[in-house]
Write a protein that binds this ligand. Structure first.
Ligand code: AMP
Length: 182
């Protein structure tokens, strides 16, 4: 459990809708020391692991994933909401609490055999990261792991990704739904 990261993340209750405890990472990102330390710790287990691409999920995964890719000296792949990427894309639908959404990557974003690290700020149900993993696998990339600032373990994303064979690395994890911080 990482107290330093918890202390830098602002919790906004009932955003964007009642009952959600929104994990606002902008308070961490604006803190030079916190941002650097977070990126260092996201990278740490994957340094020397042969990562060839980092895939960041829109939108906060772009900020973190870009910095992680820079630190690993590898390329960055944006995983975007439907209709945002300009070139030929592949899409994967995923379930939301109400309804469904879709994520896309460019068809040529990764090559078969690429060793990809998926990065986002928060892992909740794992629907978003699961769709990103499915997209990358459809292009025969190997998803080495998922790196997140916060893992809301009680929402099931950790179990979901682990079940897909993708190890989860998170800097802070909730222990249960009553956790006062999460
Ligand atoms: P999920 O697909 O349920 O794992 O949700 C993960 C995605 O939704 C990530 O891109 C997060 O940025 C965002 N998200 C989900 N729950 C929260 C939360 N409580 N606070 C901040 N972001 C969240």
């Amino acid at each position: 459990m990482s107290e330093w990261i918890r202390s830098r993340i602002r919790i906004i209750p009932d955003y964007p809708k009642p009952g959600i405890l929104f994990q606002d990472v902008t308070t961490l990102l604006k803190d030079a020391t916190g941002f650097r330390k977070a990126v260092d710790e996201l990278v740490q287990p994957f340094a020397g692991a042969g990562i060839t691409r980092v895939a960041g999920i829109e939108a906060r995964g772009f900020i973190l994933g870009g910095a992680v890719a820079h630190q690993l000296s590898v390329g960055f792949v944006p995983v975007r909401k439907a209709g945002k990427l300009p070139g030929p894309t592949i899409a994967e639908r995923y379930e939301l609490e109400y309804g469904a959404d879709a994520l896309e990557i460019h068809s040529d974003a990764v090559q078969p055999g690429d060793q990809v690290l998926v990065v986002d700020d928060v892992l909740a149900t794992g629907g978003t990261a699961g769709a990103a993993i499915a997209l990358l696998r459809r292009k025969q990339a190997h998803v080495v792991g998922g790196a997140f600032l916060i893992d809301l373990v009680h929402l099931g994303g950790n179990e979901r990704l682990t079940g897909l064979g993708v190890p989860v690395h998170a800097l802070a994890s909730s222990t249960n739904a009553d956790d006062p911080v999460f």
